[in-house]
Structure formats: structure tokens, C-alpha cells
Design a protein around this ligand. Structure first.
Ligand code: GMT
Length: 367
């Protein structure tokens, strides 16, 4: 198949899933065309059958807000025609789904250009439910030729919050289990906690610092913070206030997260909301045990006290206790890290999930 993929190319779970999906599809013989405003961060554009088409948004004094969604629709329409694409697959409903709707409508009458929309989370739970975007989000989702959601919980929320009346196929996030592997040797030095995100408010990254301070009352350990975003300053300030700043390393945005994760012992994911929790899955594939919050689709991945822990949002005391439980009990740690790896391998490996996307595309094309 010839597939056009659009996503947010910057740091964020939806862009990562879209990029890795594209690369996996290309590895399986499909031709994949990324149509985005910059090169997706994890994209290896040197791979065979991968193409990148930039969306240029020109500005004009009249435009207080340059119309990116229109530039995207134009680019989608022309690339689809020039490259003879079979379908468009857009990740994150706003505004990509509406742009794909326009691109589809712009095709010559003899040409069919179906589009698939994948819902990732905040496109429904935060932005999509905002009154200014709700009608167009619902419309462009319902107009899609196929809709997928990355968890059962998000599927249900799309019905409940947005009132969408259309079938939605659940296709969970995935991980490449050959790339994301357990460390061969234990790392040197003290235990290491890890957090990975784009440091937005919804991620509650200051909770990670609070958890570190609590754990450090009993066990000497450090915290690695991978990523960047608006709440970094608040986390740094709290680290000073709690006198743990010497034990927190802000690593910035990381391109090879698969090299970083195996150097850590536990992953913290204290989010207020999480439709799935891709970073927890990536950690689990490396045998790094997650301590997360019981929100959204996370329980579809983590089974409490088996392959990770689930605690209430904001309860840093309970979350730090779970960290201590693992760090002070090598037997429990060993059992849980293998259970985590097994979950990733048996349910969420690319080998299991990518064929589900391929089958879904075929269904859409066959309609
Ligand atoms: O929240 C993020 O880190 C980014 C966000 C996005 O939409 O880019 O992530 C969402 O999509 C990921 C990939 O499908 C999911 O694993 C995350 O759970 C989801 N984030 C939220 O729901 C907050």
C-alpha cells in the first residue's frame, strides 16, 4: 500500500507512535509518505520506502493565525495525487482529521482517497472537548473512513465526551521488542528512577521530584528526567526546595530512549490523565518496572502488583512506597521485571500490533 501519514512531528506520544508505525510499515514493504511541518523526531528518513513532504505555512499581515490546517489539506491533496496514495492516516484528531476531510473532498471525482483517524488522548480528553473545537472534531472523526483509538478507555471517552456515533477500533500502542530490551548487566552506582514525557501539566512531573525526596529518606537513589516542556522550571524549583537537586538529572529531549531506559530501575508515570502510557510500555519492554496512576487506559497495560503498580493521582506517599518495595526486595524486583517484559512481548509487540493496522487499512480500502 501507499500510505500518507500526518502527525505532530515534535516530542509527544502520538507523533512517536505515528513515526514508528510508518517505519514498521515501510519495513514490511509498504510505501510511506510523511506529510508534516517538520521532520518527525524519531524518523530515520534514510530508510527505504520512507518519504518526507514538508508542509509550508506562509504568513501574511492579515493573518493573526496562519491557517496551518489549510496548508496541510492542500499538501495532503497534492501529495496524494502525485504519489498515487491509497489512503491517508492521521494521528491526533485536531486539526489533522479536518485537513484530511478537505483533502479527500479535493480529489478528482474518479479518485478515492479514504482517511483513517487515530485518536491518542488529549485530542479527545482536553482539546477535543473544548467547546471551540468540539463540533469540528466530532464531525471530522465521524466523516473518517476508519477510526482507531489507542485504548478501550479512550474509545469509550470518545463516545461519552464527544458524543461520536461511529465505530471505533481499539489498536493499542506498541513497542519494538527487539529494540527495547533488558540490560545485559546491572548498571553501576545507586538505583535510578526515570521519568519520560513532554513535561506538560497533565504529566504532574513535580510528583516525580516529591517521590524521589520521599524514597531518599530510606534509600540513596537518583532521578533522571528525560524530555522537556513547560513544567520543567517548577520541577527544578521543587528539587531545590526539597534539597534533592543534586540527585535529579534533567537530560533534555532524547532521540534514543531505548538506550536510556535499560540504564534505569523504575519508571515514574504520575499523570493526571493518560490514555495509554507509551513510556510505561517502553519501560516494561526493558524490564523497568512502572509506578503509574490508575487513570484512563493505563490499567489496560499495567496489572497492579504483577507487572507494575497503580496508585491514585497525587498520592506520592503510596507511589514512593511502591518504589521502596521494589528497590529493597530483589526477589520481587526480579519477578516483576520479567512479568513486565512478558506483557510487552506477548501483547504489545510490533509483530502483534502492526498487522492489525494493515488489516484495518485493507478493510477501509475494501469498503
Ligand atoms: O501526553 C503526551 O505525552 C502526548 C500525547 C499525544 O497525544 O501526543 O500522548 C498521548 O498519546 C500517547 C500515544 O498514543 C499515549 O500513550 C498517551 O497516553 C497519550 N497521553 C495522554 O493521554 C495524556
Amino acid at each position: 500500500m501507499k500510505i500518507g501519514i500526518t502527525c505532530y512531528p515534535t516530542y509527544g506520544g502520538s507523533g512517536i507512535v505515528a513515526t514508528e508505525l510508518g517505519m514498521e510499515l515501510a519495513a514490511r514493504g509498504h510505501e510511506v509518505h510523511f506529510i508534516t511541518y517538520s521532520n518527525p523526531i524519531r524518523l530515520d528518513a534514510g530508510l527505504p520506502r520512507i518519504y518526507y513532504h514538508e508542509v509550508e505555512v506562509s504568513t501574511y499581515p492579515l493573518f493573526q493565525y496562519p491557517p496551518y490546517d489549510l496548508a496541510l489539506a492542500s499538501r495532503m491533496a497534492e501529495i496524494s495525487e502525485w504519489q498515487n496514495l491509497d489512503l491517508l492516516h492521521v494521528h491526533y484528531a485536531i486539526p489533522h482529521s479536518a485537513s484530511a476531510f478537505l483533502a479527500r473532498a479535493m480529489q478528482q471525482s474518479t479518485r478515492r482517497l479514504p482517511y483513517v483517524t487515530t485518536l491518542h488522548g488529549t485530542d479527545i480528553t482536553l482539546v477535543g472537548s473544548d467547546r471551540s473545537y468540539l463540533p469540528i472534531t466530532r464531525f471530522s472523526i465521524e466523516q473518517s473512513d476508519g477510526v482507531t483509538s489507542i485504548s478501550e478507555n479512550l474509545r469509550q471517552q470518545t463516545f461519552d465526551v464527544l458524543g461520536v456515533r461511529k465505530d471505533i477500533r481499539v489498536i493499542h500502542n506498541f513497542v519494538n521488542c527487539d529494540l527495547y530490551r533488558m540490560a545485559k548487566e546491572p548498571h553501576e552506582g545507586r538505583p535510578r528512577l526515570l521519568h519520560i514525557s513532554n513535561f506538560r501539566e497533565v504529566k504532574r512531573i513535580t510528583d516525580c521530584v516529591d517521590i524521589l525526596a520521599r524514597v531518599r529518606e530510606e534509600v540513596d537513589c537518583e532521578l533522571w528526567m528525560a524530555g522537556d516542556g513547560p513544567d520543567r522550571g517548577a520541577a527544578e524549583r521543587l528539587a531545590f526546595e526539597l534539597d534533592v537537586h543534586e540527585h535529579v538529572r534533567f537530560l533534555g529531549k532524547q532521540n534514543h530512549i531505548e538506550r536510556l531506559i535499560p540504564q534505569c530501575d523504575m519508571l515514574l508515570l504520575p499523570s493526571r490523565m493518560e490514555s495509554f502510557g507509551l513510556s510505561a510500555l517502553e519501560a516494561m519492554a526493558c524490564g523497568v518496572i512502572p509506578v503509574a496512576t490508575r487513570v484512563g487506559g493505563v490499567p489496560e497495560l499495567i496489572t497492579h502488583a504483577v507487572n507494575g503498580f497503580l496508585e491514585e493521582v497525587g498520592d506520592t506517599r503510596a507511589q514512593s512506597k511502591r518504589v521502596l518495595e521494589v528497590l529493597t526486595n530483589p526477589e520481587l524486583r526480579n519477578k516483576m521485571k520479567w512479568a513486565a517484559r512478558d506483557t510487552a512481548e506477548s501483547r504489545f509487540c510490533t509483530t502483534k500490533i502492526i498487522p492489525r493496522y494493515e488489516a484495518f487499512y485493507q478493510e477501509v480500502l475494501d469498503i
